[in-house]
Design a binder for this molecule. Structure first.
Ligand SMILES: [Zn+2]
Length: 406
């Protein structure tokens, strides 16, 4: 699915594909944040191409790398060439980190990164100063999250730059208006949790640290412990090191680590700890039967991919399942939802949808574009680019594979 661009990809992959090797002619890749749809295909790039990212984004990628089993699409910070021998060192990419508000240079261009609020820490927008004028890219943004002042700062700076071009995301440009907020997720979940003395499941993306904090606080407020997966401990380990993020580490007294029964049918540590000695002893780990024996004491951050654990946990009829992620928007996700519903129905569990999106709603996006008021708008990351005609007639609908000159 990656586009056929010369001088971009890794030599080992080009060789494997029977293509001739061309040394890279790209000065930089600017990464806005660590979500898979923005970062994963860096894995295919030539290691000589420098990748620029925020320091927090870099930390997030280290956590993702630690947590994932080695996978072709997760070779972002380093990679193992195909056909490399056992024990051969991995190839490290050139990573350049930046901080919000600190300009850096790429050739003749000056780039100013500014933090924005999104459903993952370490997200940025860019103002790129060119000889023809500034070009602005929003990255993924929202104004209804926990730190709207960051996105507002970006909009202010972008507007002041008087850009000749704005590349704006438009994921939810056509969605119905909502009054969602992280505060609402907290309040609604807290209400549900305070009324139940039973097991509770919360299904959410662990990269969304705001959501981790929300459910950690809900559990704590109600005298329960938050049950997390072993793999998610990597996020807590890395991110708790940054006091600004205000995340507990995995050995926090209000956190319990779920100890799944592994393929061997045992609970042997070596089964799932692997070679990461850091997790060799897990004092606060509990098995399914230990958790279900004290069901009222736990809020489980376990979702769809851990549903087989329900067989061991034996949730009672009426057990609450909070789906705290976006509603399905494609066919694959609808099928996944059918499976979720089958599991829930089997155990007589009750589902609640409580979520706050990482993307700005339509009215906010229109306000962003109007406010920044660039000479030309290029909507990207959207299926409905023409929606922006509501606020501008200086619009270019981009086509895949086409080059645009400013
Ligand atoms: Zn994103």
């Amino acid at each position: 699915m990656v586009p056929d661009i010369e001088g971009v990809y890794r030599d080992d992959l080009m060789e494997k594909a029977g293509r001739k090797l061309v040394s890279p002619d790209i000065d930089a890749v600017l990464l806005t944040h660590a979500h898979a749809d923005h970062v994963d295909y860096i894995s295919f790039l030539h290691e000589k191409i420098p990748i620029y990212m925020g320091s927090t984004c870099h930390m997030m990628l280290q956590a993702i790398q630690d947590r994932s089993s080695s996978d072709f699409e997760r070779e972002v910070l380093e990679y193992k060439p195909v056909h490399s021998k056992r024990g051969e060192p991995k190839i490290q990419r050139k990573i350049e980190t930046f901080r919000s508000g600190k300009k850096f240079k790429v050739g003749s261009l000056e780039v100013l990164p500014i933090h924005v609020d999104h459903s993952i820490p370490g997200a940025y927008g860019f103002i790129i100063y060119t000889s023809e004028g500034p070009v602005v890219y929003t990255g993924d943004i929202r104004l209804h999250g926990t730190k709207p002042e960051m996105t507002e700062e970006f909009i202010r700076e972008a507007k002041a730059a008087k850009p000749i071009a704005l590349l704006c995301e438009g994921t939810r440009i056509k969605d119905e208006p909502t009054n969602e907020s992280e505060e609402r997720v907290y309040k609604e979940s807290n209400k549900l949790v305070s009324k139940t003395n039973n097991l509770i499941f919360a299904d959410f993306n662990f990269k969304d640290i705001d959501r981790v904090r929300t459910f950690y606080n809900v559990a704590k407020e109600n005298g329960k412990k938050l049950v997390v997966k072993i793999r998610d401990c990597h996020y807590l380990k890395h991110l708790s090191a940054d006091p600004q993020l205000d995340v507990p580490n995995f050995d926090d007294e209000n956190i319990v680590i779920y100890k799944p029964k592994y393929r061997s049918g045992t609970y042997a540590d070596s089964d799932y700890v692997g070679d990461d000695s850091f997790f060799a002893s897990l004092p606060n780990a509990k098995t399914a039967s230990e958790i279900s024996a004290n069901a009222g004491k736990y809020l489980c951050a376990l979702g769809y991919f851990q549903f087989t654990s329900l067989i061991d946990m034996k949730p009672k009829n009426g057990t609450v399942y909070i789906h705290s992620a976006s509603e399905p928007y494609n066919e694959e996700q609808v099928i996944a939802l059918d499976r979720v519903n089958n599991w829930l129905e089997h155990f007589g569990m009750k589902k609640y949808q409580i979520h706050c999106s990482g993307h700005a709603k339509g009215e906010d996006l229109l306000h962003v574009v109007k406010d920044i008021d660039a000479k030309m708008l290029y909507p990207i990351h959207t299926e409905h680019p023409t929606e922006y005609v509501k606020v501008t007639n200086k619009l270019t609908i981009v086509e895949e594979g086409k080059k645009y000159q400013i």
